[in-house]
Design a protein around this ligand. Structure first.
Ligand code: SAH
Length: 553
């Protein structure tokens, strides 16, 4: 197909970001805002050899899963991607996305996934869920200040103070700020010229405490008549904190490096479960508190703590998961790269009277290996051990060196919380090749109306110190993949008949692995440390002969 060509397309699939996918004579088109089941007219905007991107022009026959979006700007706005899809279908799509990645990238079998995947956790009310919003300010054609959201992939502002994902008080606050700007002729910041004052308004709302924070991000040091603005804002019920953050740099970074309090205190308080958190304008804090509580509850449930465990929480942010776990563990260690977040974490531990959580600043992939090495130095012949390791990395997932140290610490359980199921799948493949097996997987929809989904996974260590236990585990392997052309029993029988040798399942698995037949996730490689008997040469050759016979190699 060519650019600007117009085609009639039936949408048959959904892409990773929720876009519709359809085919025209074998040529694949990705069409934003088209819903699976729609028949649409679309115009090609970018044509590659085998696939292209097209703009939705007209819906010829709407899909039964198409719904009227709650927000009139849903299509234009970059904030939501799939508001036109019924919520039920959104959940289905996200679940499929997780499953697809685990199958394709991690190489898990459909049978295994049927066994371990639990139904995705959705929201009862999938709107108005965000506790934080950052509104950019701009100027319309008449020269009036406006605020709203960026249109997808641009910095054009769509004027809208009533976002369907945010809390309703946002609108009240923004209208006060806009009126104030008009009254005193205070201009919005202009990215191109670098002129103007008001860049962004950050609003945070404590769902449990009903406390509100407003932080004005400005291209300057002061807001003229700032006290008067504060006077107006503080009349809003729940207003707790009004601050200014100065950002005079010409960058896309929203917040300045620090903030000053204009009125009230510099933070608000909120709860997740029973744990209290102080949140400043610069703190990272999960944006969907209702789902976060479910997510952490799940992580805690997967960790299965009894009270005497040592737990590591890597990528701990302000210690949210750490403090949740600390209530049920003997000792928790948190690691996080942002020093300010660790300060918050320590403060949060203190205000909750939690004394069994210790935090380290640094990269997880440096702090943990260093801890491991130091421990060995101080305790010769002994290795650092963890009972449970929780990781919650950013989208890029974990460094392989970190995964290695995690395995070396031989935790009984690893709980992996992920915001990108593709990198999750990549990392799980590594862990499952190192003596861990997947027990439970569950999606949590932290971001309804967008293509994002969070996943929690429980991995447990395969017993590997005694070969007999290894054999039991190998028995449990489901043999549904291509590797299973002949069963272990058939191979054993063949070898016995031909050579008179008795070979174990473990030995067969080792030979299969040598030939790259086994990509099985729950095959135990023994991680090089446990005493697993290795197949003797004679038996190896006999097994190879059998594999050849069954055309497996
Ligand atoms: N578990 C926390 C935060 C998860 S977000 C919570 O739920 O609130 C991921 C965190 O990882 C961020 O706080 C980010 O600053 C941090 N981070 C990013 N790269 C890191 C690294 N290499 N080592 C440690 N922390 C890192």
């Amino acid at each position: 197909m060519q650019k600007n060509e117009i085609a009639r397309v039936t949408i048959e699939d959904i892409g990773v970001n929720g876009e519709g996918i359809g085919k025209v004579n074998g040529y694949t088109l990705f069409i934003k805002d088209a819903v699976i089941g729609d028949v649409v007219e679309a115009k090609v905007i970018k044509a590659k050899k085998n696939y292209g991107y097209a703009r939705l022009m007209k819906i010829l026959t709407p899909s039964p899963d198409r719904v009227e979006p709650r927000c009139p700007f849903a299509r234009k706005c970059g904030g939501c991607q799939i508001q036109e899809m019924s919520y039920e279908k959104q959940l289905e799509f996200k679940n499929r996305k997780i499953r697809g990645n685990l199958e394709r990238i991690a190489g898990f079998s459909p049978d295994l996934l049927d066994k371990v995947m639990e139904p995705i956790v959705g929201m009862e009310e999938p709107f108005y869920y965000r506790n934080k919003a950052q509104f950019p300010f701009g100027t319309d054609k008449e020269g009036n200040p406006i605020t709203g959201f960026y249109a997808g992939r641009t910095h054009d502002i769509i004027a809208n103070t009533d976002c369907a994902l945010g809390v309703s008080v946002n609108q009240e606050i923004l209208e006060i700020v806009l009126d104030f700007m008009k009254e005193y002729r205070i201009a919005s910041y202009d990215e191109k010229s670098g002129n103007g004052l008001i860049r962004h308004v950050l609003i945070r709302y404590g769902f449990t405490t009903k406390e509100i924070m407003v932080c004005l991000v400005i291209n300057g040091k002061k807001i003229p008549r700032g006290e008067e603005l504060a006077e107006r804002l503080k009349k809003i019920d729940g207003m707790t904190s009004i601050t200014i953050s100065s950002n005079m740099k010409n960058t896309n970074v929203i917040m300045g490096e620090s903030y000053e309090t204009l009125w009230g205190q510099g933070f608000i308080t909120d709860y997740i479960g029973d744990v209290k958190y102080q949140i400043s304008p610069l703190s990272f804090y999960q944006v969907n508190p209702v789902q976060t509580e479910k997510l952490y509850g799940l992580a805690l449930d997967y960790a299965g703590l009894k009270g005497d465990e040592t737990v590591w929480d890597l990528y701990c942010g302000i210690g949210t998961i750490s403090l949740f776990l600390a209530q049920k563990a003997k000792q928790v260690y948190g690691v996080e790269i942002v020093p300010q977040a660790i300060e918050d974490a320590q403060n949060n531990a203190r205000i909750n009277g939690i004394e069994n959580a210790k935090f380290y600043v640094g990269k997880a992939e440096e702090v943990l290996p260093e801890y491991y090495r130091e421990y060995e130095k101080e305790h010769p012949g002994e290795a650092a051990h963890a009972d449970v390791i929780v990781v919650d990395p950013p989208r890029k997932g974990c460094e392989e060196s970190l995964l290695k140290t995690m395995v070396d610490m031989k935790p009984e359980k690893i709980v992996y919380v992920s915001c990108d199921s593709a990198t999750l799948a990549r990392d799980l493949k590594v862990l499952c090749g190192e003596g861990y097996q997947v027990e439970r997987v569950r999606g949590v929809d932290q971001f309804p109306m967008t293509g994002h989904v969070e996943t929690v996974v429980l991995l447990s260590k395969l017993k590997s110190t005694k070969s007999i236990e290894v054999e039991i585990k190998l028995d449990e392997m489901d043999l549904t993949q291509a590797e299973s052309k002949a069963t272990y029993a058939e191979i054993k029988e063949y070898v016995l008949k031909n050579t008179g040798l008795k070979v174990s399942q473990l030995y067969i698995a080792q030979v299969k692995r040598k030939h790259g037949i086994i990509e099985r996730v729950n095959y135990n490689t023994g991680n090089g440390k446990a005493k697993i008997p290795q197949v003797p040469l004679e038996k190896e050759q006999a097994i190879e002969e059998a594999l050849r016979h069954f055309k497996m190699i």
